[in-house]
Design a protein around this ligand. Sequence first.
Ligand code: DLL
Length: 432
Amino acid sequence: MENYYDPAMECAPREEMLKLQNERLVENVQHVWDNVPFYRRKMEEAGVTPEDIHGVDDLHKLPFLTKDDLKEAYPFGMLGVPMEEAVRIQSTSGTTGKRVVAFYTQDDIDIWDSCCARAIVAAGATNDDVCHVCYGYGLFTGGPGLNGGSHLVGSLTLPMSSGNTERQLQFMVDLGSTILCCTPSYAAYLAEAVNEKGLRDKIKLKAGIFGAETWSEEMRRDIEKQLGIRAYDIYGLTEVSGPGVSFECSEQTGMHINEDHFFPEIIDPETGEVLPEGETGELVFTCLTKKAFPLMRYRTRDLCTLSRDKCSCGRTLVKMSRLQGRTDDMLIVRGVNVFPSQIETVLLNEGFPANYQITVSRENHKDHLLVEVEMTPEMFSDRPGEISRYEHKIVESLKSMLGLKAEVRLVAPKTITRSEGKAVRVIDKRKI
Ligand code: DLL
């Protein structure tokens, strides 16, 4: 609905936004100093007090927070309000060790919902739409975040959660879902099922809001084509609230950051030095308004670039590029840096679906990179000679993209396990 497109914030002149950010930062640093002993100690160790912070130009004086800090502070060490003011927790999707738990006041949730509402409106939705949310609900932020945003917009919200593809399709058809919210890998799976069951003419989808995992431009075009929709990227992380930290607009060239709430920096992950606009590095966020879990200079480990180039949608909010990977998902294979997203780009460019798995193992002290990729049903019916020709072609393309020889194995359609949430693309047996 109109009022969740907020031009006063989303299209503010740079000086006005900067003024607001400066005021909000000064206030939130004082809040953290007064209420979060864990971070106050870090500030004291760095020899900095709230009096040293007059605005975002002073941000570099503040110490970073890392995931390890949050694990150390688990569960209540970063809580910034008395327990009776906290109304919700959510938690990261990590599978090993202690999870990070993030706290929210009602105001924090209202801010988060409004950020998701901005994303939903930017994807073209109004209160006439039917918003089909099949991100997971529960501790994961995907379901609750988009659900809250959809309510604010006034769309009819279907809180489907993930899984049970039959039911997803039935509701999609019967209730006339128009906006699909899920991970891109689940969207690809649903698209496959829609076409197989001949439902393409029976669905009314017009847009998708897909995030929570890396996906390539090629995968976007593929999903768009298969479902006849526009597919928009959405980014966020539990520690900083959840989905809606940034979102794509009609231009589809990166995600506008809700920088009235979350101040971004890009740093060199090795040295911690702040990098100029346009350079690739690790994304760092400072929460300007959140009170229950007010993280300062949180290192996300996500790699991207920031841009203030004029956007055709009229928003002036800074844009982050599609994620180029994470500092911790980069594989080093025989000394060569490999991002799974590079492999995905090659596979989709060669006309394969985004159903693949990468396995790295070590044999006789030598790394071995295996890429298994599903064939389309048409390729599967080709002669065996054709199949090995496809394999050879991918080996060559990977070699020119990565400078590395990989083993490529084409497998039958539907043999790689489908994901309903975040896809598991990489198995690194060297770490097991
Ligand atoms: O994945 C929040 C979310 C839910 C975002 C639904 C978008 C949609 P976490 O489980 O805490 O939270 O995982 C956060 O997921 O640091 C990124 O590495 C990755 N990620 C999130 N969005 C994107 C995206 C949610 N659009 C981590 N593209 C982040 C690539 C993404 N990676």
